[in-house]
Design a protein. Structure first.
Length: 269
């Protein structure tokens, strides 16, 4: 079963065209073509070393492609720096949590919001009332976001003191604080127990709907991918081996072979 006509009519948010990167003689990603439409939860899967995080780094412009291009809302990102990509409406989380563990939950969110604070640095240094007014509004906005993401009761807690599952949620909330149109999640379920994975699956679906955003995620936890993603691309050694909906991917012989290391002709034996 393919993508429905209604989904095909959605605007294209992210597109990669023949995306390729080489490190010396190694081709880490080879001619990868992704088409991700508005409000879709899209999965990028593959075995360890397949090149998934490298794809994220290319999309966010931490790496520049050797060939091909990344288009975000139709705009080529080749000349953009990572910080500018964030301002354009793209945010990401990382496989290894990167919170300011010694700061409060609220301050972690406020720091992310500074990216869109339209003031000069000298205004904060002088403590001008105009800056203080904007900063107060930012803290109010941070509290609203914490309420929407179920973290408000922990606002004064140090981020590093939160349980692992809540730290993951805070990292996503901090990404949401930059007001993204596209959110990239790098293995959000890594290290979680089954109950935390169930809660995370529900949380990701809720934020997609409530914040009206598109989500691209890398994940090894197949139950999360199959329950959450509407469209999936599987890669191996940097190349696409399958694309489709969860049912297509689950039954694809090349995907089974890549993950299990079995002869694809042995499927069903």
């Amino acid at each position: 079963m393919g993508i429905s006509q209604t989904e095909n009519e959605r605007p294209m948010v992210l597109e990669t065209k023949d995306l390729t990167i080489r490190f010396g003689g190694l081709t880490a990603v080879s001619h990868l073509n992704l088409q991700i439409r508005k409000n879709v939860i899209y999965g990028l899967i593959g075995p360890n070393g397949a090149g998934k995080t490298t794809v994220f780094n290319l999309i966010t412009q931490h790496y520049k492609p050797t060939e091909g291009q990344v288009l975000f809302n139709g705009n080529c990102l080749r000349k953009e720096k990572p910080a500018q990509v964030v301002k354009m409406g793209m945010a990401r989380t990382f496989q290894n949590i990167r919170l300011f563990t010694g700061l409060s939950v609220r301050d972690n969110v406020v720091i992310a919001m500074h990216m869109r604070l339209d003031v000069s640095w000298w205004m904060s240094m002088l403590g001008l009332k105009s800056y203080q007014k904007k900063e107060n509004a930012m803290y109010e906005k941070a509290d609203k976001l914490l309420k929407r993401t179920g973290l408000y009761e922990f606002a004064e807690h140090e981020a590093g003191s939160l349980p692992y599952g809540l730290q993951r949620r805070l990292e996503i909330a901090r990404a949401l604080a930059t007001e993204p149109e596209l959110l990239l999640l790098d293995e959000p379920a890594a290290g979680m127990n089954p109950q935390e994975v169930t809660e995370l699956t529900k949380f990701i679906r809720e934020i997609r709907d409530e914040f009206d955003i598109t989500i691209l995620l890398i994940e090894h936890h197949m139950s999360l991918v199959m329950n959450l993603c509407e469209e999936i691309t599987a890669i191996s050694y940097g190349k696409e081996i399958a694309h489709g909906n969860p049912e297509d991917i689950k039954n694809d012989a090349q995907v089974i072979e890549a993950y299990l290391g079995v002869d694809k002709d042995a499927k069903g034996k």
